[in-house]
Design a protein around this ligand. Structure first.
Ligand code: CP
Ligand code: NVA
Length: 286
C-alpha cells in the first residue's frame, strides 16, 4: 500500500515517476471507484484539481467536511478510515495536524494522500517541480529563490529540490526559517542574497491558514515582498506562487501579473500532477 504524505517519503525514482505520469496519457483506472476528499480548511485549487483529476481517471470524488465526518469525535480516526476505504480507492485529506494523516495511513486500508497539512504540501511541490521542468527544460541544477516563510509549501519544495538536484535559497525573517539545516537548502535572512543567480522566484502568503491570529507578521514580513526591484536582481527569472496570493503583501501586482509570471500554468499543473499522484498511488508505472 502506497501513501503520499510528504515528499521526504519518496525516492527520486518515485518523484520522477509521478512527474512522468502527470504528463502521460491516462485511462479510467478509477472507473466505478470513489476518491474521498476531506477538507478541514478552505481550498480552490486543491479541491477543484483533485475533483477533475479524479473524473479524468474515471473516478467519483466525494467532498467531505469535518462537521459531517466528525473524525475523532463522532467516530475514531481508524473507524472513519476503514469506512472510507469501503468505498474509495484513495483517501485524500487537507488537515491542520500532519499526525492525523499518519494515523490514517497507519490503518493501511487505502492509499492516503496529503492535500496540505501544517508542515507539508506535497501536491503543490509536484506542480511546482513540473512547472519548473517545463519552464527551464530541467530540474537538476535549477536555482530557486524562495522568499518568505519556511512553511508547508517551502518544505515540500525544498525536499523535492534535494531529491532532484535543484538548489534552493530561502530568505525568511529570523524565527520563520526551517529551524534546522535542510539538504540542498541555503537559508538566509536577506531576500536580495537569496536572489543570486535565480532561475525561479517563489513566494507564498505571509499568513497561512490557521495562523490568522498572528497579527505582527505583516510588519515582520514587509521586507520580504517580491516587487519589481527585487525581481531586477534576477531579470530572467520566472515568478511562481502556490496561490492564493495577496497582491501588495508578499508580491506586487506588476510581478504576479507580469510577463515573467507562470502562476496560471503552475495552477493548471495542479490538476496534471494530482492525476499523476493518484495514478502512482494506484500502482501505475511511468
Ligand atoms: N495552492 C493551493 O493549495 O491552493 P488552495 O488552498 O486553493 O487549494
Ligand atoms: N502556506 C499556505 C499555503 C496555501 C496553499 C497555507 O498553509 O495557508
Amino acid at each position: 500500500m502506497k501513501h503520499l504524505l510528504a515528499i521526504r517519503d519518496l525516492s527520486a525514482d518515485d518523484l520522477n515517476s509521478i512527474l512522468a505520469l502527470s504528463e502521460a496519457p491516462y485511462t479510467h483506472v478509477l472507473q466505478h471507484k470513489g476518491v474521498a476528499l476531506y477538507f478541514e480548511k478552505p481550498s480552490a485549487r486543491t479541491r477543484n484539481s483533485m475533483e477533475v483529476a479524479s473524473a479524468q481517471l474515471g473516478g467519483h470524488p466525494v467532498y467531505l467536511q469535518p462537521n459531517e465526518l466528525g473524525i475523532g469525535e463522532r467516530e475514531s480516526v481508524e473507524d472513519v478510515t476503514r469506512t472510507l476505504a469501503c468505498y474509495h480507492a484513495i483517501i485524500a485529506a487537507r488537515v491542520f495536524d500532519h499526525a492525523l494523516l499518519e494515523q490514517m495511513a497507519a490503518v493501511n486500508v487505502a492509499p492516503v494522500l496529503n492535500m496540505l497539512s501544517a508542515t507539508d504540501h506535497p501536491l503543490q511541490a509536484l506542480a511546482d517541480l513540473l512547472t519548473i521542468k517545463q519552464l527551464l527544460g530541467r530540474i537538476e541544477g535549477a536555482r530557486i529563490a524562495f522568499i518568505g516563510e519556511a512553511n508547508n509549501v517551502a518544505r515540500s519544495l525544498a525536499e523535492g529540490c534535494a531529491l532532484l538536484g535543484a538548489e534552493l535559497n530561502i530568505a525568511s525573517p529570523t524565527g520563520f526559517g526551517f529551524g534546522s539545516p535542510m539538504l540542498a537548502v541555503n537559508q538566509v535572512v536577506d531576500p536580495a542574497e537569496a536572489m543570486d543567480g535565480a532561475d525561479i522566484v517563489y513566494s507564498d502568503v505571509w499568513v497561512s491558514m490557521g495562523d490568522e491570529d498572528s497579527r505582527e507578521r505583516r510588519e515582520v514580513f514587509a521586507p520580504y515582498r517580491v516587487d519589481a526591484d527585487l525581481m531586477h536582481r534576477a531579470p530572467n527569472a520566472h515568478f511562481l506562487h502556490c496561490l492564493p496570493a495577496r497582491r501588495g503583501e508578499e508580491v506586487t501586482a506588476d510581478v504576479i501579473d507580469g510577463s515573467n509570471s507562470a502562476v496560471w500554468r503552475q495552477a493548471e499543473n495542479r490538476m496534471h500532477t494530482a492525476r499523476g499522484a493518484m495514478l502512482w498511488l494506484t500502482g501505475a508505472a511511468a
